[in-house]
Write a protein that binds this ligand. Structure first.
Ligand SMILES: [Fe+2]
Length: 295
């Protein structure tokens, strides 16, 4: 069986993300062939570069600052990450709307590559918008960012390139935003990107996976395509608008991980109880990954 894991918005909780992959393999008895994260990894080079919302959330949810621990790891964390990466694939991610785009662009320019590691261990690798590559045998296209009037847009040139690609030439489309009409906002207005809806209808990938709306949503069918949106990996401790999502223990959320069997194209939202084992303000990745911690 060939499998790809998809991870919802991480918002800095990168150690939870690695722990969730380790737990997924352990509990399912599988070896993942690839791991793809749908954006809002929370990729900022330093805390002072965080945008306003990310800064406020990180102040109340310490795990959202774990990305900075990964960038400048203690020897203990470094060996914990190495142990994890001996077991699970490195994580490819697209841009969300909460990343340092200038920094990510500079990494691509420095390496002259469409896929670049963002941390010293190379655990997380950013994929440039519009990039197409074969992952676990699947022709996969990536398009990050969101379409939101007056705030942000998809990469215009790369969007146009994908829209000009042959229908059926992509098996898996990975985006941060989702197609227009996928859900409604607080005022009952349709959310999602009109451009992405058009792209999915044109390209007709077998699978589309997205994030951004922080809740499980799907499958939705668009012709030949089945489309899924993932929950946020670790919901914040408190939620004023959605108290049912309050997550004081900082556990990995049900529906934040998707698992694709590339032979059958069966896609499953992981809802297993063990997701909650990956938790805490200071998740102990080393203890979780090491054989001694494998209880
Ligand atoms: Fe997000």
């Amino acid at each position: 069986m060939t499998t790809i894991a998809f991870i919802g918005d991480v918002h800095g909780c990168v150690l939870h993300a690695l722990g969730a992959l380790v737990a997924l393999q352990r509990h399912r008895g599988i070896r993942l062939d690839a791991a793809i994260q749908v954006g809002d990894l929370g990729a900022y080079p330093t805390p002072d570069r965080l945008d306003g919302p990310s800064r406020r959330f990180a102040a109340e949810n310490p795990a959202q600052a774990d990305f900075f621990r990964l960038l400048d790891p203690s020897p203990q964390l470094s060996s914990a990450v190495s142990l994890a990466l001996a077991q699970v694939p490195r994580v490819l991610f697209v841009s969300g709307n909460h990343e340092d785009f200038e920094w990510l662009t500079s990494l691509h320019q420095a390496e002259g590559a469409n896929v670049v590691p963002v941390d010293p261990s190379g655990a997380f690798r950013h994929v440039a918008c519009g990039h197409k590559t074969v992952i676990a045998g699947q022709r996969t296209a990536f398009l990050g960012r969101i379409e939101s009037a007056g705030y942000m847009d998809l990469d215009t040139a790369e969007y146009a390139n994908l829209l000009a690609a042959e229908p059926g030439s992509v098996d898996i489309l990975v985006t941060h935003d989702g197609p227009h009409g996928m859900c409604q906002d607080w005022h009952g207005r349709a959310e999602g990107s009109v451009k992405l809806a058009r792209l999915i209808e044109h390209l007709q990938p077998r699978l589309h996976v997205s994030g951004h709306y922080h809740h499980e949503n799907g499958p939705r069918r668009y012709g030949r395509t089945l489309s899924y949106a993932l929950a946020e990996l670790v919901y914040p401790k408190t939620s004023r608008r959605r108290p049912e999502r309050a997550n004081p223990e900082q556990q990995v959320a049900r529906g934040s991980i998707g698992l694709l069997d590339t032979e059958t194209y069966a896609f499953e939202y992981v809802h297993d109880g063990w997701l909650a084992e990956v938790s805490g303000d200071h998740f102990d990745l080393g203890g979780f990954v090491s054989p001694a911690g494998n209880g």
